[in-house]
Write a protein that binds this ligand. Structure first.
Ligand code: HEC
Length: 160
């Protein structure tokens, strides 16, 4: 009888020990977990995600593009010759990925504070930076635009 009681006590005791160990483990894992969560950078904002996506797309953008249709080719090139792209179109095609969102700290289009200091060097200086590249901006913003097109794009972008 006393052996039974002892057994029950041992079972009881080991249950208690087991439960306390579990409790302690849960307790600490809660802290470790919440610590890990708060060590992470604050929730990435939608804006930041969009910027990262734009950067990734920019990096994997093909250098050349293959035209798969020759339909209307003559007309298309005539049109292109007749109607050169406007600064806005050029910017939207080649520069907006960074300059619309301020990606990599690019001065934003339409945000005059971003341009005041830069514009002091004049249009020629800005065009030169854009052609040669500056800081995080690759030469010609990574595009194959001509000097003249870059100038149009810079004019539109800077408001000069
Ligand atoms: C990959 C991102 C990216 C693209 C694409 C890009 N830029 Fe930039 N651009 C930047 C960054 C970043 C800066 C700021 C550089 C700095 O001051 O270090 C900048 C700065 C500039 C400046 C200011 C230069 C100065 O002297 O202060 C001009 C002008 C400019 N870009 C024009 C363009 C034009 C035109 C295009 C498109 C043909 C273009 N950029 C495409 C990232 C980009």
């Amino acid at each position: 009888m006393s052996a039974d009681t002892n057994n029950t006590d041992i079972v009881d005791l080991s249950l208690k020990v087991g439960l306390s160990v579990l409790g302690v483990v849960l307790f600490f894992s809660f802290f470790i977990f919440s610590g890990a969560v708060s060590f992470e950078s604050p929730k990435p904002s939608a804006n930041r995600l969009a910027m990262l996506e734009a950067a990734a797309l920019e990096r994997i953008r093909p250098v050349g593009q293959v035209r798969t249709s020759i339909e209307g080719e003559g007309q298309a090139s005539e049109q292109a010759a007749a109607a050169p792209k406007t600064g806005e179109e050029l910017v939207n095609g080649a520069c907006a990925s960074c300059h619309a969102t301020g990606l990599l700290n690019a001065p934003k289009i339409g945000v005059s504070e971003d341009w005041v200091a830069r514009n002091e060097q004049g249009l020629d200086g800005l065009v030169e930076s854009a052609i040669n590249g500056l800081g995080n901006m690759p030469p010609r913003g990574g595009s194959s635009l001509s000097d003249e097109e870059i100038r149009l794009a810079v004019k539109y972008m800077s408001g000069l």
